[in-house]
Design a protein around this ligand. Structure first.
Ligand code: FAD
Length: 313
């Protein structure tokens, strides 16, 4: 069976940064890219907030640069998904693509990201990157002085709406229920912001526009006698209905928090299993940025180095 000192799962900013550090520390890491080589940033166009690119950079190009940097120091980058892994004893046994390959690894870095939840409308795919976004911090700047809508009624949606209200001229919050689920303090902030309008009892059924989003088709009081259609003009449509950390393949072997994110310990990237580390969005319910993911990837690789030394490798 093939062996690895360090197996890195995922090829976003966290995975590649871990790979750069681990390969420069002579750990000869093997990295599996998964079904989205380069991670989430490959589906966006301009990245303006990653330090070191004063003129911004195309997401795909930036990830290609990280990949080349990891390869330069000897990371073995491979196509394939880790479909299951046995973490009950060391070395850990990882199965790739349902049995196409098996690797015994002394340490593992999980950097599999988190996927934003979408409503499931065809128009979301049609306009993704052209008015549809799941990240206000990332894309809000493009909507300065414009009108946007935020979908969701929880804390995240309120935070995104408040953040966007400082940039956009007008922010609609589209809320399915007749109340916000968010904490009282977040609700007060939303209701106290003059350019946020909350549309309760409202569902989004479609988006319209030619080259990008120009508006949303909504239905108020869906499924009741008061049901009525409503179209609003918007330039941006922001989803804030949660994220799903990509942890299915772990099959419950690593401690997760209530929202499904991997729990890390003591300010490090260590998980509940000795020798298994987590980095990036999969372990981050709060920040979910490329730079924070990269930072955690660095920490995870340094943690692995220390772990392997302490365990006689
Ligand atoms: C549209 C959009 C725009 C964004 N814009 C910005 C921005 O401007 N600035 C910013 O800082 N952040 C931005 N973000 C957020 C940023 O993309 C994420 O915070 C960052 O990509 C997280 O990095 P990560 O390495 O944790 O995971 P990801 O980038 O999500 O990568 C996860 C990786 O894991 C792989 N994977 C998953 N499961 C498996 C498995 N079982 N086996 C093997 N591989 C697996 C995937 O193929 C992928 O390569 C944006 C996000 C989106 C969706």
């Amino acid at each position: 069976m093939e062996t690895a000192k360090c197996l890195i799962i995922g090829s976003g900013p966290a995975g590649y940064t871990a790979a750069i550090y681990a390969s420069r520390a002579n750990l000869a890491p093997i990295l599996y890219e998964g079904t989205q080589p380069g991670g989430q940033l490959t589906i966006t166009t301009e990245i303006e907030n990653f330090p070191g690119y004063p003129d911004g950079i195309d997401g795909f190009e930036m990830m290609d640069q990280l990949r080349r940097q990891a390869k330069r120091f000897g990371t073995d980058i491979r196509q394939g998904m880790i479909t299951s892994i046995d973490l009950s004893k060391r070395p850990f046994i990882a199965t790739i693509d349902d049995g196409a390959a098996i690797i015994a690894a002394d340490s593992v870095i999980i950097a599999t990201g988190a996927s934003a939840r979408y409503l499931g409308l065809d128009d979301e795919t049609r306009f993704r990157g052209r008015g549809v976004s799941a990240c206000a911090t990332c894309d809000g700047f493009f909507y300065r002085g414009k009108t946007v809508a935020v979908v969701g009624g929880g804390d995240t949606a309120c935070e995104e709406a408040t953040y966007l209200s400082n940039l956009a001229a007008k922010v609609y919050m589209i809320v399915r229920k007749d109340h916000l689920r968010a904490s009282k303090v977040m609700q007060e902030r939303v209701f106290g912001t003059p350019n946020i309008e909350v549309l309760f009892n409202t569902n989004t059924v479609g988006l319209f526009g030619t080259d990008g989003v120009e508006g949303a088709h909504l239905v108020r009081h869906k499924g009741t006698p008061q049901e009525e259609p409503l179209d609003i003009a918007i330039d941006g449509f922001f989803l804030a209905i949660g994220h799903k950390p990509n942890t299915e393949f772990l099959n419950g072997q690593v401690e997760l928090d209530n929202a499904g994110y991997i729990v890390t310990r003591d300010g490090s990237q260590a998980t509940s299993v000795d020798g298994v580390f987590a980095a990036g969005d999969v372990a981050d319910p709060v920040y979910r940025q490329a730079i924070t993911a990269a930072g955690m990837g660095c920490k995870a690789a340094l943690d692995v180095e220390k772990f392997l030394l302490a365990n006689g490798h």
